[in-house]
Design a protein around this ligand. Structure first.
Ligand code: ADP
Length: 174
């Protein structure tokens, strides 16, 4: 699996699946979620509503992932995952790692080989970027997957730098 870092907008990625930092309602929100629904059009929300009605009446639990169409995006699927809200009092790292593991599991079920991830939980959910980057990189490296092209699409220069450092830190000898 090749891991690449891109600075930009995840909705513009030409990949099989883009991962959405959703909230548990699956009914849309700000940040990446808002951008995906705006650019992907109403088909995504329609499928999210169906999923809520059929499976997730209480919401999609934190750390889990589920796929819908990507509507008008270049991607074929959106994989919605719910990151944990950062807490200084409680270590929720396992839940953040689970977002990456579960998204890769769903990607495998779909047969997606190229997947773009945002920096889950680092926006409204206020996870410190360096720590989130380390968890993201370590987790995808440790997860067996058929995905061959895994991209982290980082919105800001700070996020890009944090992911670059996490990627370098885990590659001894480079
Ligand atoms: P969360 O609620 O999980 O914190 P957010 O969407 O608020 O999710 O933020 C997650 C990260 O995505 C933040 O680092 C934010 O800067 C970034 N982001 C926001 N919009 C986009 C976009 N269109 N493409 C990629 N990343 C984005």
């Amino acid at each position: 699996m090749r891991i690449t870092l891109v600075q930009g907008d995840i909705t513009a990625q030409d990949v099989d699946a883009v991962v959405n930092a959703a909230n548990s309602s699956l009914l849309g929100g700000g940040g990446v979620d808002g951008a995906i629904h705006r650019r992907g059009g109403p088909a995504i929300l329609a499928e999210c509503r169906e999923l809520r009605a059929s499976h997730y009446g209480k919401g999609l639990p934190t750390g889990q992932a589920v796929a819908t169409t990507a509507g008008e995006l270049a991607a074929r699927w959106v994989i919605h995952t719910v990151g944990p809200v950062f807490s200084a009092a409680e270590d929720r790292s396992d839940l953040l790692a689970s977002c990456y593991r579960e998204s890769l599991r769903v990607a495998g079920e779909l047969g997606a080989t190229s997947v773009a991830f945002p920096a889950v939980s680092t926006g409204v959910y206020s996870w410190p970027m360096d720590d989130a980057a380390r968890i993201a990189i370590d987790t995808v490296r440790a997860t067996p997957t058929q995905v061959t092209d895994l991209r982290f699409v980082l919105f800001t220069q700070d996020a890009y730098t944090a992911f670059e450092e996490a990627l370098d830190a885990g590659s001894p000898g480079q």
